[in-house]
Design a protein around this ligand. Sequence first.
Ligand SMILES: *[C@@H]1O[C@H](CO)[C@@H](O)[C@H](O)[C@H]1NC(C)=O
Ligand SMILES: *[C@@H]1O[C@H](CO)[C@@H](O)[C@H](O)[C@H]1NC(C)=O
Length: 352
Amino acid sequence: MRATAAAAFSLLTCSCLRSTSPTRLPSSSLRLPLRRGPLAAMSTAASFRPEAARSPPAVQPPAPPLSKVFKVALCQLSVTADKARNIARAREAIEAAAAGGAKLVLLPEIWNGPYSNDSFPEYAEDIEAGGDAAPSFSMMSEVARSLQITLVGGSISERSGNKLYNTCCVFGSDGELKGKHRKIHLFDIDIPGKITFKESKTLTAGQDLTVVETDVGRIGIGICYDIRFQELAMLYAARGAHLLCYPGAFNMTTGPLHWELLQRARAADNQLFVATCAPARDTSAGYIAWGHSTLVGPFGEVIATAEHEETTIMAEIDYSLIDQRRQFLPLQYQRRGDLYQLVDVQRSGSDE
Ligand SMILES: *[C@@H]1O[C@H](CO)[C@@H](O)[C@H](O)[C@H]1NC(C)=O
Ligand SMILES: *[C@@H]1O[C@H](CO)[C@@H](O)[C@H](O)[C@H]1NC(C)=O
C-alpha cells in the first residue's frame, strides 16, 4: 500500500513539474500547481502567499445576521404522485416548523411529484408566469410571507420555454423570490445491463452559481449531485457563504456510502454549516431515496440527522461557531497560493 501511494505521488509530482505555462480554464476549477523550478519544492513559510490562493480574492463573509442563533427545520416529506396532496403536505410541515420557532425551513429535492424522467415534464411549473401555472411556487411564496420565514424550497421541475430544469427557489421572509438555483451538475449514470438514469435526457443544466442574501445569513445553494463537486462549495465559501443548502435524494447505494461523508467534507473543508433535505423513503417508488436529511456544523460535526421516514428535524444554527472554528484552525491563512489557486471564473469575468 505505502509503496503504491509513494509511486502515485512521485508520478503526480513529475506531471506537475512538466506543466510550465498557465492555461486558461474553461470553468470554475482548481488550478494545478504551477512550479517555476525544482527549488519551488523547497519553499518555506516566508514564501506562502495565502492572499493569492483565490482569484479573485475571497469576499469577506458579512457580519453574521441579526439573529446569529436561530432554528432551522428540515422537512423530510413523503412524496406521492398526487401533486395537490404533496403541496398541502409541504404547507402543513412548513407551518408546523414555523410554529416550533424555525426561522429557516428547507424542503427536499423534487418534492411535488415522483423523481423520474417521465414525471419531470408532467409536474413542471412555469415559475416566471407564477399564479396557477406554478401552484408549488405560489404556495411557497405565500407561506414564507405569512409566516415570515426564509424558505429554501427544495426543488421542483421548472419549465422555461421548451426547457426543463431542476430548480431550487429561495424565498425571503417577505415572500419575495431572493434566488433561484438550477441544478448545475445533472445526475447521469449508465452502467450497461445494470442501471440507467439520465437526468440530462429531460433536464437542462443551470449555468449559474447561487449565493443568496437572506435574513438568516448568506446561503449557497446546490442540488443533490452538486454536493459531489467540492470546487462549488469552495467557491461559495470564497463568496462569503455561512451556510450551504443541498436539497438532495441520494439512492440506496450511494446514500449509505457518501451522503453524510460528502456533507461533512463540504462543512469541514470550508468551515461553515451544511444543511441537506431529502424526501422520505418510498420503497414502492421507481427511484428509492436514502432520506437522512442532516445538519452539519463548521467542524464537520453532525448536529442533527434523520432516518428515512417522514419527519421534520429541528435544530439550532449558531453562526458564531464559524469564526470560532476559523480562529482555532486558520485554514484561510494557510493555503499555498504559490502552489495552487481556486479560480472563480464567473466573478473574475465580472466587475464585482
Ligand atoms: C425514462 O427512462 C426510461 C428508462 O429508465 C426510458 O425507458 C424512458 O424512455 C425515459 N423517458 C424519457 C422521457 O426520457
Ligand atoms: C445509485 O447510483 C449509483 C451511481 O451514482 C449507481 O452506481 C448505483 O447502481 C445506484 N443504485 C441504485 C440502487 O439505484
